[in-house]
Structure formats: structure tokens, C-alpha cells
Design a protein around this ligand. Structure first.
Ligand SMILES: *Cc1c(COP(=O)(O)O)cnc(C)c1O
Length: 466
């Protein structure tokens, strides 16, 4: 690999006067722009020939890691494979070229797609109806909490300002509650990782608007007291919110609606196999039980991310009613197999049956000084993406592993043997792990410096003049 080309910024490859494009003659009439609106000096743009540009970006694209490069066991993120047929359907010109303001009777097919998806999601979750407008999980949480707030206000019940969130919750839960103007009250987990009912009881009163839950929770544990929890929250007048970003383990097995949840969001870009990462586009539809559909807020001027919805519906229809029931059990089987194959070397703080993901608390042998960060970095040398690390916050060395149902036994076995080798290296040659990664274009970066002093623009002054 030509390292010079590989690591440079496009600005560093610039040569004054080089031209990489050939614009057609402008045959539009000329308009004089007022001088107050024009720039005083030319924009500082890179000047490169086309081949240099192509090589530059093609080489950089090789630095990306995605599900199509290798195993990606990022817990709570459900990095499952996105079958190509989803993209083929989303690329059909008849879908791609429609406009959200087109007359209703010219987009009947598209309406049918959204109606089918709403009905299918309702059937899969046990809810009455869905809105497809929210464009991410967190956006869905906000929309769902707005439903709950509107419901209480509509009953003239104005004092309900509290949202109960377990301490194992995903960070977006308290953030969404705060954005919705509600106060977050944390409820503790018990030693077995599930919600502490005594602590919950102490926090319930007529100021509670809702309780937000993920089930299985972020430890991958099914909240076995869920029916009791729902009963307690309903008895005090609050509603139950289900964070279904990772509905994967439940698909075809059980439904939040049947557990008594009132409002649900799902992430099409996790469970329903549409691409994610890199900032979108996502989709976080919100479902409600009967009677709450009148409170759907206007969180999007149009119809949501339609092409993402189309991919999700394609995925669901491709699997069909019977095969979709295999998703949850297979995701759980894969996670369980990894957990059981590694728990002699990695600390399993809660050794009970988990679902589609589980959490290790670093290596069992803490005396080597090898941390979860070191293990995560070393995994990159084996061609694997790291698991989610240092989340959930319940343990100091969290390592949250979610393989999804898509992986073959051979891939999972290779991951297990890499993890075992790393544990062995930690004993015998800890420096190898602590100084990893060794085979990536960029070695260990200074996360703290990057977070505290981010450099978000390339300093023009530092471009070498060539
Ligand atoms: C991913 C995730 C979210 C947030 O979804 P975004 O689309 O990233 O906003 C919320 N809750 C849980 C449990 C998640 O895993």
C-alpha cells in the first residue's frame, strides 16, 4: 500500500492549477450577484486531477469496517446483515423518485407499503397502531414520551413530570426524557441485574408519567418481574414505555403489548435489517395501545425515512411469518454459545441465562493489568470489530457482546478462539495486548484528547504549499 497516498488528506494532495472536472458550458442567463453577498477571496478548495481524487477516496474507503468486512459484535447495536434484496427494492425508480407532496392518488403503492409496515409492526409487537415518522430510536423515544405527556394532559392530570428509568438503561432514555421536559428518576438494579421492585415501589407516586424499560435489558436479561412492574406502574397512574431498539431477541417469541406496555418504539435500523452506523438514515417507529393513537405528535413534516421503511418491510416479507420466529432464538443461541465458551477466561458477573447479548466484566484475571480497552484494541488485529465497551455502567470493565442471528458457527468459533488467544497473551506477553492494535493503519488514538480538544476543521495554514 502506498502509504503516502493512503494517509494524506485531499488538501495535502492539492497542486495549484490542477483540474479534475470538466463542467458543461453554462447556458443559463447571467445574474449579477450583489457584491455584499460575494466572497472576497476564492474558496480554499483542493486542486487535484480526477485519478488522484479517485485513488484517494478508494484507498480511504478500505479503512472502513462494516458488517460486510467482518464480524461486528457491538452489543446493543444489532449489527446484523442487511440482505441486498432490501437495497434492490429501495432502489426501484418508482419508489425512489416519488415526492412527499405528490397527490395521494399517484402514490397508492407507497401508501400500501407504509400501511403494511404499520400493520406488521403492530402484529409483531402487540400494539394497536404505529407512526413511522420518527427518524431514529432517540427520536422515537421523544415522540413516544410526547404521546404520554399529551395523554396525561388530556386527562387534566398535570402533575406527572417524572420518568422512571432503570440504572442499566441506554443513555438515550434519560436524555429523551430530559428533552421532553420530564424529570428522570433512576431505579436500581438488584444483584441479578433486573429491576429492584422495592426501590421501584419507593419511587412510585402520582407524579410519575411513565417508566421506560428495555426488555431484555442492556445486560441481555429478561425482566422476569415484568408483569408485576407493569401492574405497579399502572396502579399509580403511570404508563409503560418499551424501548424496543433491540427487539431482536423477542421477534416471534413474545410481544411488549402482551406484557402490558402502552407505548413502544422499534429501531428499523437494528432489528429490521436496514443499514446503520455513520449517522443514518434511521427509523424509529412508535407504536401505541388502542386509544393513544390520537396523541401521536407531529415530529416530522413528511412521512419518515420511506426508503428505510421499504427495506424493513422487504426484510420482514422475505423472512415470512414462520422464519421470523427463528430470529430471536438464533440470536440467543449464538450469544449463549459465546458466553459459555469464554466464561472460564472472562469474568461473567451475572451468570444466568441471557438472551441476544451479555456482558463480561473484563478478563477474569485482573492481575495482568490488561483492560477491556486493551482486549478491544487487540481484537482489531484479528479482523474483528470490538464489542461495546465500558457500557453498561454497572461494571468497571464492561464488554457487551451481541453476535446477532446472522453469523455462521465457523465465524463465531474464530471469534471465540481469538478471544481465548488474547486472554492467553494477557498472561504470557501482556505488552502485546496493551500496545495493540498492531495491524491497523492508525494505532491507538488518544480518546481523551480527541474528546476534549476536537479538531473539527483542517487548519488551512498547516497545508504544505506545493
Ligand atoms: C440504539 C439504541 C437506542 C437509540 O437508537 P438511535 O437510533 O441510535 O437513536 C435506544 N435504546 C437502545 C436500547 C438502543 O440500543
Amino acid at each position: 500500500m502506498n502509504n503516502q497516498l493512503y494517509s494524506n488528506l485531499i488538501f495535502e494532495l492539492s497542486h495549484p492549477g490542477r483540474i479534475g472536472c470538466n463542467l458543461p458550458q453554462n447556458d443559463f442567463p447571467r445574474h449579477d450577484i450583489p457584491s455584499s453577498l460575494t466572497r472576497e477571496s476564492a474558496a480554499e478548495l483542493p486542486e487535484c486531477d480526477e485519478l488522484t481524487v479517485i485513488r484517494h477516496y478508494t484507498n480511504h474507503s478500505g479503512n472502513n469496517f462494516g458488517v460486510e468486512n467482518g464480524f461486528y459484535p457491538l452489543g446493543s447495536c444489532t449489527m446484523k446483515y442487511n440482505p441486498k434484496i432490501n437495497d434492490e427494492v429501495a432502489a426501484m425508480p418508482d419508489f425512489q423518485n416519488i415526492h412527499p407532496l405528490q397527490p395521494e392518488d399517484t402514490v397508492r403503492g407507497a401508501r400500501q407499503v407504509t400501511t403494511m409496515l404499520r400493520q406488521t409492526l403492530s402484529a409483531l409487537t402487540g400494539m394497536h397502531d404505529f407512526t413511522l415518522k420518527p427518524c431514529a430510536g432517540a427520536h422515537g423515544e421523544l415522540a413516544g414520551l410526547m404521546v404520554i405527556r399529551a395523554y396525561h394532559e388530556n386527562r387534566q392530570d398535570h402533575g406527572r413530570t417524572k420518568v422512571i428509568v432503570p440504572d442499566s438503561a441506554h443513555g438515550t432514555n434519560p436524555a429523551s426524557a430530559a428533552v421532553c421536559g420530564l424529570d428522570v428518576v433512576e431505579v436500581k438494579s438488584m444483584a441479578d441485574g433486573t429491576v429492584d421492585l422495592d426501590d421501584l415501589a419507593a419511587k412510585l407516586d402520582d407524579h410519575v408519567a411513565a417508566m421506560m424499560m428495555t426488555n431484555p435489558n442492556t445486560l441481555g436479561l429478561f425482566e422476569h418481574n415484568i408483569l408485576k412492574i407493569v401492574e405497579m406502574v399502572h396502579a399509580c397512574g403511570g404508563l409503560m414505555y418499551y424501548d424496543g431498539a433491540n427487539l431482536n431477541p423477542l421477534l416471534g417469541v413474545c410481544r411488549p403489548g402482551d406484557m402490558g406496555f402502552d407505548v413502544v418504539h422499534v429501531n428499523l435500523h437494528k432489528t429490521f435489517s436496514t443499514p446503520h452506523g455513520g449517522g443514518g438514515p434511521g427509523s424509529g417507529p412508535v407504536g401505541v395501545r388502542e386509544g393513544l393513537e390520537n396523541f401521536f405528535p407531529q415530529v416530522n413534516p413528511y412521512h419518515g425515512n420511506f426508503l428505510v421503511e421499504l427495506r424493513a418491510l422487504t426484510y420482514i416479507l422475505t423472512l415470512g411469518r414462520e422464519n421470523i420466529k427463528m430470529v430471536g432464538p438464533l440470536a440467543t443461541l449464538n450469544a449463549t454459545y459465546i458466553r459459555e465458551s469464554l466464561k472460564d477466561l472472562y469474568e461473567l458477573p451475572i451468570d444466568t441465562l441471557s438472551k441476544h447479548e451479555f456482558v463480561f466484566n473484563g478478563l477474569s484475571d485482573k492481575s495482568t493489568g490488561v483492560t477491556t480497552m486493551d482486549v478491544a484494541k487487540r481484537l482489531l488485529d484479528f479482523g474483528f470489530h470490538a464489542p461495546t465497551i465500558y457500557f453498561p455502567l454497572l461494571f468497571h470493565e464492561s464488554m457487551m457482546i451481541e453476535p446477532t442471528e446472522c453469523e455462521s458457527l465457523e465465524t463465531i468459533d474464530r471469534f471465540i478462539s481469538a478471544m481465548r488467544q488474547i486472554a492467553q497473551e494477557a498472561q504470557q506477553q501482556p505488552e502485546t495486548v496493551k500496545s495493540a492494535p498492531h495491524h491497523t493503519p492508525i494505532k491507538r488514538v488518544d480518546d481523551v484528547l480527541a474528546a476534549r480538544q476536537p479538531v473539527l476543521t483542517y487548519p488551512q495554514s498547516s497545508i504544505p504549499k506545493t
